[in-house]
Design a protein around this ligand. Structure first.
Ligand code: NDP
Length: 287
């Protein structure tokens, strides 16, 4: 059996086309959705991510502003920048690219972002809203995965969903979204005793650990839908996921590739969240 490939690139193009239409409608009301991306330091991967996010905004008709700060910027200076963006009416979404330099407290910085501009959905109040079933912003990566599952017509109600990796930005919000969709969710972490015993039960398996090849074909239930979130750079420069693709594709029913799977969807959902923020502001103006 060879798994069906879930094409995140193609689906992200469809999502971005829908975003462009919503941007046009907002522009007719005199509003251009604006995203500010703050990058501290010169981490090469972060620079690529920030460039890609800004380019995607521009292409879809949103206004983007990239603020690059030196690696030795103080936490206080960064908080001042965030406060300015909170007050800026032309900005609807604010994203501080992670990871931040070690001398900064990332939680403190994220909590400083106005919750109604927190398009990453990492602010505690947005995490709380998601947990209590009333999300304002869904974190972009899990939100994109939900879109993929929807586009693939994956039945989630009653399904066994297993997530490997329990970070605040991927695993935990993924668990909340799958739970809300009616799945029975298992969330694994580095202390999970027998990972294969968990993953082999999964109808839907999401892997987000940053450990290349942690899930192999023999750990997958035949026919399962496998979503590989991992992005790992090999010594030879290739990008690979957390799932051993060659063995997994012979067992899974459907699988996301790396690259070209979850990554493009994450950026597309950032645009969706920014447009949602701008639409909310527009609705508030008209009340
Ligand atoms: P983190 O390092 O924050 O979290 C990793 C999680 O994996 C932790 O919960 C950790 O467990 C768990 N883990 C580590 N080793 C094991 C193991 N042996 N068995 C089970 N669980 C394990 O990573 P992120 O969530 O930020 O990112 C994960 C991957 O996804 C990375 O490759 C990252 O680059 C990629 N990523 C991709 C995105 C995209 O758009 N495609 C977006 C975001 C991330 P514990 O809690 O016990 O430490």
């Amino acid at each position: 059996m060879t798994a069906r490939l879930i094409d995140g690139k193609a689906l992200s193009d469809t999502v971005k086309t829908e975003v462009s239409k919503r941007v046009l409608a907002l522009k007719k009301q005199g509003i251009t959705p604006g995203l500010a991306v703050v990058l501290v330091g010169d981490d090469p991967a972060s620079q690529v991510y920030v460039r890609n996010k800004a380019a995607a905004c521009d292409k879809a008709g949103l206004h983007s502003r990239v603020i690059r700060l030196a690696a030795d910027t103080t936490e206080g200076e960064l908080l001042d920048v965030v406060q300015e963006l909170n007050a800026d009416r032309s900005i609807h979404g604010i994203l501080v690219q992670l990871p931040l330099p070690a001398h900064m407290n990332a939680s403190l910085v994220i909590e400083a972002i106005a919750a109604d501009k927190d398009v990453d959905g990492f602010h505690v109040s947005n995490a709380g809203l998601l947990m209590t079933g009333q999300p304002l912003f869904r974190p972009c990566t899990p939100y994109g995965i939900m879109k993929m599952l929807e586009a693939e017509n994956v039945a989630l109600r009653g399904a066994e969903a297993v997530i490997v990796g329990a970070s605040n930005i991927v695993g935990k919000p993924m668990a909340m979204l799958l739970l809300a969709a009616g799945a029975t969710v298992t969330l694994c972490n580095s202390k999970t005793r027998d990972l294969g015993a968990q993953t082999r039960r999964a109808d839907v398996l999401v892997v987000a650990t940053g450990k290349p090849g942690i899930v192999t074909g023999d750990m997958i239930k035949p026919g399962a839908v496998v979503i590989d979130v991992g992005i790992n750079r090999c010594a030879d420069g290739r990008l690979v996921g957390d799932v051993e693709f060659d063995s997994a594709k012979t067992v899974a029913g459907a699988i996301t590739p790396v690259p070209g799977g979850v990554g493009p969807m994450t950026i597309a959902m950032l645009l969706v969240n920014t447009v949602e923020a701008a639409e909310r502001r527009a609705a508030a103006i008209h009340i």
